[in-house]
Design a protein around this ligand. Structure first.
Ligand SMILES: Cc1ncc(C[n+]2csc(CCOP(=O)(O)OP(=O)(O)O)c2C)c(N)n1
Length: 253
């Protein structure tokens, strides 16, 4: 008997989306990727588009996203997810196609791909998970690393003279005429997760309406890379990341 048949609906406080597979996630405890996966899965289930959705996974911690969401997937070389998403969407325009990328993937090696895909206005959804660090490879500086932030490659803190300024790539993308919806969200508590879910739904709906590219940055934590507990990471993110990367819509057409 399925657990859903045993638990009375009125007693159910949380149900796992059927779009989430039962595989154990490899993410560190406290990592934002798991929460974002859950939100995307719930929206896909609620919209009834599970068999019409194709995700393009990146290189980075979320390379294994295809193990967790029960949809079709392709895996792109580092930074190239928007190019693969372009081809996929053009070949199968009836599908919902999204990329899921970290800041190293999207804002460093893949800068050209994301700029041109957004400028062309491909009818895709982009999830950009900004944890200000290269998580998978051991916490090196990313384009979005904050000034003064210590990483494996900036042990004394990011220094403008040596390492340049943090890149607000989402603000640049909002200037591109091909984008219809550009927003910055987070996922550290129930309220922000609900807002994120609304944004995810809007992005997929824009895609069905052929409005252009929808781009959702999610400011997240990397407690392993930041060398902080999950709770401290959330506090640090609110104090330090949000002033540099303020939450909210930048464009909604
Ligand atoms: C062409 C290429 N260059 C470099 C790498 C090494 N590499 C793997 S993951 C990664 C960084 C990923 O960081 P990010 O995109 O921020 O994702 P996160 O792991 O933090 O979620 C790098 C540089 C690679 N796999 N391929």
């Amino acid at each position: 008997m399925d657990v859903k048949d045993i638990i009375k609906p009125e007693n159910l406080v949380y149900g796992k989306s059927d779009v989430i597979l039962d595989n154990v996630m490899h993410y560190c405890p406290g990592c934002t990727h798991g929460t974002i996966h859950k939100v995307i899965a719930e929206v896909i289930e609620e919209m009834g588009i599970q068999d019409k959705t194709i995700g393009i996974s990146p290189v980075g911690c979320s390379v294994l996203a295809y193990n967790y969401l029960d949809i079709d997937w392709q895996q792109a070389a580092h930074g190239r997810a928007p190019a693969l998403a372009t081809a996929t969407k053009r070949l199968m325009p009836e599908k919902y196609v999204f990329t899921y990328q970290g800041d190293g993937d999207l804002a460093s090696i893949g800068t050209a791909e994301i700029m041109h895909a957004c400028n062309r206005g491909e009818n895709i959804v982009v999830f950009f998970v900004n944890n200000a660090i290269y998580g998978m490879t051991g916490g090196q500086m990313a384009p979005t690393t904050l000034i003064g932030m210590k990483t494996a490659t900036t042990p004394y803190g990011r220094n403008v003279e040596l390492n340049g300024h943090p890149l607000k790539i989402t603000e640049l993308i909002a200037q591109l005429p091909g984008t219809c919806y550009v927003t910055r969200q987070s996922a550290e508590a129930a309220g922000p997760v609900r807002k994120l879910k609304k944004a995810v739904r809007k992005a997929f709906e824009n895609s069905a309406q052929k409005k252009g590219t929808s781009f959702i940055e999610i400011v997240g934590t990397c407690n392993s890379g930041w060398k902080m507990s999950p709770v401290k990471s959330n506090e640090w993110m609110k104090e330090n990341m949000f002033p540099m990367y303020p939450l909210g819509d930048m464009k909604d057409e």
